[in-house]
Design a protein around this ligand. Structure first.
Ligand SMILES: Nc1nc2c(ncn2[C@@H]2O[C@H](COP(=O)(O)OP(=O)(O)OP(=O)(O)O)[C@@H](O)[C@H]2O)c(=O)[nH]1
Ligand SMILES: [Mg+2]
Length: 458
């Protein structure tokens, strides 16, 4: 009997009967329901059900695809806002959050403005949110307001020092390694050295390197007759700075236009870093063109577009699935014709298909050189510091494809593995040119080894 009823529902559902499909969903047959709904995507009513299902399953890209294709009447404003936010279309996310209008949404809208560097608007929205938020929700909003006010003040006075930024950024690593605690008022003995080695490994400095640092320290301790741990701290800094000698580099933007290729695996922070670099250059009065060479998914192009408008650059893009090399060709041609100073190329980073990826990157470079034989002046590999030393493996694969001229290390602000930077330098010997210390448009710094070590060991 039950069996009969179930197949009856499925039969109706297959014919596009909404209540039958809803029943399937209620009964947990979501895969089937989704498949059926996808066949009826053209139907306005069923499309709404499909959107809600995608949303529920955190399938933001598909939900976004529906919004793109059929216009923004699906779901509720709150759901749409979340989808837009997740795929990085901040302008539309903002619009939708403001439509919802409760304290939570206004606060989210304020946060988007904060992250995109629109601090004046962020302040206005966060204050509005604070005025209508329940007491229990006020603290985090107040903290954000504080941060934005600081930003506004700092921007006038010129930003906080690099050391400060590194200090803040490396908080998580420091918490994990507790070097400060370790070096405080301890006797210098074997136990201390063991612990030191352990915390260095924990910060992902690498086993071999950690061991050699500790060996070096032991010798120094004997030679200089060091008996209290506090004195070891300065020696540790000295050794680390020695290891990092030569690791600093500056972006090479020679030529007009100069071409910057940006590589890295999915989620490493390529697009964000491109946005930050672009902002830096346009602030210097440069004419910058972004090229959406990640044609693998539509949202990637959207994301780059959002950064492009924030940074005030132009963008060259094509539809999802286009040949990346052809987008690059178009971009470089346009940059030459229209006198751009710098072209920055975003690329796709799916590593699970290694060979095609390598071929694609080589092809992109070839296309660049067909038009501009001296370029790219910079091939920048973006590595995520939160995955620590695993990024070394990734880097090696990208090295197979192209000569990498510089590294950008991202998310140093959220990483307990900030020590991996040392291992990355030791292993790869490619200059570290930039570090990402937050999600905001100004959260990018030139790498400075001294400041990094000071912040790490302090
Ligand atoms: N905290 C922090 N987050 C960052 C930083 N850089 C990037 N992110 C975040 O990391 C996530 C991925 O960044 P994307 O720029 O989209 O990475 P991507 O390499 O372009 O990723 P794909 O386009 O998927 O290949 C986003 O949520 C960014 O906000 C950083 O320096 N600090
Ligand atoms: Mg990207």
């Amino acid at each position: 009997m039950i069996f009969f009823k179930r197949s009856e529902t499925e039969k109706r559902a297959k014919k596009g009967d909404k209540s039958a499909i809803l029943e399937l969903i209620r009964k947990g047959k979501k895969d089937l329901a989704r498949k059926l709904l996808e066949n009826y995507e053209e139907n306005e009513d069923l499309r709404k059900v499909l959107f809600d299902l995608y949303y529920e399953e955190d399938n933001y890209l598909q939900a976004y695809r529906l919004l793109e294709k059929y216009g923004g009447e699906l779901g509720t404003a709150r759901k749409r806002a979340e989808v837009y936010e997740r795929v990085g279309n901040h302008a539309l996310a903002l619009e939708e959050y403001l439509k919802v209008g409760d304290w939570e949404s206004i606060s989210k809208a304020g946060n988007i403005c904060r992250l995109t560097g629109n601090y004046q608007k962020a302040l206005e929205l966060l204050r509005r949110a604070l005025s209508i938020a329940p007491p229990s929700a006020r603290q985090p909003i107040e903290e954000k307001i504080e941060e934005v006010r600081e930003r506004l003040g700092l921007e006038e006075k010129k930003k906080e020092s690099l050391l400060e930024k590194f200090r803040k950024g490396l908080t998580k690593t420091r918490e994990a390694v507790e070097l400060g605690v370790l070096f405080k008022g301890r006797k210098v003995d074997e136990e201390l050295f063991d612990e030191l080695e352990e915390v260095l490994v924990r910060a992902d400095v690498g086993v071999k390197t950690s061991l050699s640092i500790v060996e070096d320290l032991k010798k120094t301790a004997v030679r200089k007759n060091i008996r209290v741990s506090d004195d070891l701290k300065e020696e540790t800094k000295r050794i680390l700075k020695g290891i990092l000698k030569g690791s600093e580099g500056k972006l090479n933007l020679q030529g007009k236009p100069s071409v910057l290729l940006v590589l890295g695996v999915n989620g490493s922070g390529k697009t964000t870093t491109i946005g930050k670099i672009a902002k830096r250059l346009t602030d210097q009065g440069k004419k910058v063109l972004l090229v959406a060479g990640d044609t693998f998914r539509a949202a990637a192009v959207e994301q780059l577009e959002a950064w492009s408008s924030r940074a005030g650059t132009s963008i060259v893009k094509k539809e999802e699935g286009s040949d990346p090399a052809s987008v690059v060709y178009e971009g470089i041609s346009r940059a030459v014709e229209e006198g751009y100073d710098t072209v920055i190329v975003d690329t796709a980073g799916r590593l699970h298909t290694k060979e095609p990826l390598i071929n694609e990157l080589r092809k992109i470079k070839k296309v660049v050189q067909k038009l501009l034989p001296q370029q790219p002046s910079e091939v920048l590999l973006v590595l995520d510091s939160t995955i620590g030393q695993n990024s070394i493996q990734q880097a090696k694969i990208f090295k197979e494809a192209l000569d990498i001229t510089g590294i950008a290390i991202t998310k140093l602000d959220g990483s307990a593995k900030g020590g991996s930077l040392i291992a990355i330098w030791k292993e790869l010997r490619i200059p570290i040119k930039l570090v990402g210390v937050g999600e905001g448009i100004y959260d990018l710094e030139d790498f400075k080894a001294e400041e990094y070590v000071e912040a790490l060991v302090e």
